[in-house]
Design a protein around this ligand. Sequence first.
Ligand code: EPZ
Length: 423
Amino acid sequence: MEKLIINGSRPLNGTVKASGAKNAALGIMAATVIANGPCLIGNLPEIEDVEIMKDIIHSLGVKVKSKKNQAYFDASTMTTSDVETPLASKMRASYYLIGALLAKTGRASIPLPGGCQIGARPIDQHIKGFKALGATVDISENRISVSARKLVGDEIYFDSVSVGATINVMLAAVRAEGTTKLVNAAREPHVVDTANFLNLLGASIRGAGTDVITIEGVSELKGGEYSIIPDQIEIGTYMIAAAATNGNVYITDVIPKHMETLSAKLEDMGVTVENGDDYIHVVGNGRPYAVNVKTSVYPGFPTDLQQPLSALLCIAQGNSTVTENIFENRFRHLEELKKMGASVETEGRRAFITGVSSLTGAKIMASDLRAGAALVIAGLMAEGETEVYGLEHIDRGYESIEKKFSKLGADIKRVPYLTRSGS
Ligand code: EPZ
């Protein structure tokens, strides 16, 4: 097992390069299964979720070769549409293989998804879409199996905006007969990136990035080369860390438009944010002002940055209210921040944060991926030493987190430790 040891209160200074977007990579990697030719995907982040998705795709008989931030997929050798590996229940996004395999072979069977414990996370909207396209869906013995003699396009109205359902049903629809219209679709950059990749392979998708996506079914998808967009949540995490340590940081390989909501919020807090063509420059200006935050679907404030920002709000001047409108259990990090001296109360989907002048280092445990990011930020700004446990969550979504922060001047180390059981 490993932990991070952080000696805080050191301003971050310098330049850090963003990695490719986890939540685009997972949809795009699943999409390679539909292609009849080889696909080369670049700018893949070196994170656990990408490694798991590669292993799951490989377990289908797909040829997978990878080096550093690139991976080559050739689905011409695929032998099965049944995902048997237990890896699939470790990561929620493995369910993208349902849509992809449905499009490729007309059937799929996969363990029910796992993922961060931030809420119930049902998949009823995914199932609604698959059924509308003509698939039968069976959920039993902790697996979901779908099959369709023929997929036929339809108009599908999502009851609620869902990134996963939008991407999954888009994957299933690319080879369906006729036209599919996804209404009330998610607009996140990773939805657009997945649609752009599918169009590169020969799909016919219009409207990605708006709430209506139209897909004209095509007979087959060929192979192609593609590079993933930068990770807006990783970038946002480093922007917040720069502000939290009163630092001066350039984040490169950025699409500033994707960061607009966070940039505006940080400016409201008194932080200086300057946009370049492909970088963002963040300068902290002392203790930030308290603000209220309401998470929403894109382009609203992203739920994935709610936890990192709430760490910064703990030392803001004044009282902040954070309303988490997307997931019902995304405040577990706040209990850990209270061990560092944060003053926080929660009531349902709202957290009430009373800013204190500083936090004090403590031993704290990450409960999920973005909670882990919040705890690292808290350690970077706290006085004294912080130990962050639960790195298996953080490593799912952040490439070389301690190396990137060290390069910015943080005193942060990853060290092994033995649990009582000796692991
Ligand atoms: C994706 O999860 C991301 N994961 C999440 O990022 C992100 O927080 C979320 O989108 C929202 O932006 C990946 O892309 C792999 P949703 P997803 O479907 O697709 C409810 C991270 O930290 N819902 O948009 O699961 C659901 O319960 C992760 O990188 C239904 O009710 O999110 C939630 O309350 C965490 N029925 C809301 O919609 C459904 O069929 C939004 O979920 C699907 C979702």
